[in-house]
Design a protein around this ligand. Structure first.
Ligand code: BTN
Length: 261
């Protein structure tokens, strides 16, 4: 079980901090419990399947056995919450990097953090923070889900037009353990980079800037043009009346004007 989900190279700084679960409700839920109990920076949780996988904005994340990566990392960055808006961006770049290394193609990021390729969502990120006294971050949990081996017909009917997997696009055979190992390598590398460098990489990988977008907040839908990403990962959107607004990922979901991307 251990060898089939994640094989880190000997000597990796986080190697001794990996926990494997054949099945779990959500690696993010468990990571938050462990972080509360004092688990160290770099603790990695990985599951073969999740029974209650969670996505952004209260959505669920389909997490069947044998085909995907469901992974959470506990970080203890020792800074204020405002300084951490770029953390999800860092995880997005790490996902692109890991997929390129393990599956030989580089997907892109639909702001904020959907991993996409050829109009399909391959994975996503759910970042959760615990803020302590005086706004200091006690811990951050970065949860990553990637569809690796699914065939188009494996997705539920409502996702068949918009979901994809690495195996659907990779020119080589996809090894789930390799993708997971590259994911942890990339997260480790990027967790040590400065904000400016992370945001430079993020802007290259993000495909949303320069496109027309629909901003969905509950039942409200507004249309605009995505112009820029600021240093905190906010999306600057120009509306038809000319005004510019910065939207943050906690509030809205962004859609392309003509479909998912
Ligand atoms: C999204 O696309 O909205 C984010 C999906 C995040 C899914 C991952 S799978 C591992 C971790 N555990 C969860 O319950 N969610 C995240």
């Amino acid at each position: 079980m251990k060898d089939t989900i994640l094989t880190l190279l000997d000597g990796h700084p986080w190697q001794m901090l990996v926990q494997y679960y054949p099945t779990i409700d959500s690696t993010n839920n468990r990571a938050k419990e462990l972080a509360f109990q004092g688990a160290p920076h770099g603790t990695v949780l990985i599951a073969d399947q999740q029974t209650g996988g969670r996505g952004r904005l209260g959505r669920s994340f389909q997490s069947p056995s044998g085909v995907g990566i469901y992974l959470s990392v506990i970080l203890r960055p020792q800074c204020h919450a405002q300084e951490l808006m770029h953390l999800t961006c860092a995880a997005g770049v790490a996902m692109c990097e890991a997929v390129e290394q393990a599956a030989a193609f580089r997907p892109r990021i639909k702001w904020t953090n959907d991993l996409v390729f050829e109009g399909r969502k391959l994975g996503g990120i759910l970042t959760e923070l615990k803020i302590g006294s005086e706004g200091l971050v006690e811990y951050a949990v970065i949860g990553i889900g990637i569809n690796c081996l699914q065939k188009p017909e494996d997705f539920p009917a409502e996702l068949q037009e918009i979901a994809g997997s690495l195996a659907m696009f990779s020119p080589c055979a996809v090894d789930r353990a390799q993708v997971a190992a590259q994911m942890v390598n990339a997260l480790y590398k990027i967790s040590r980079m400065c904000k400016q460098d992370i945001m430079t990489l993020y802007r290259k990988d993000c495909m949303t800037v320069g496109t027309d977008v629909s901003l969905v907040r509950g039942s409200e839908v507004r249309h605009g043009h995505a112009e820029e990403i600021d240093d905190d990962g906010g999306l600057l959107v120009r509306f038809p009346d000319g005004h510019l607004e910065t939207v943050s990922s906690g509030e809205v979901s962004v859609r392309g004007m003509y479909g998912y991307v």
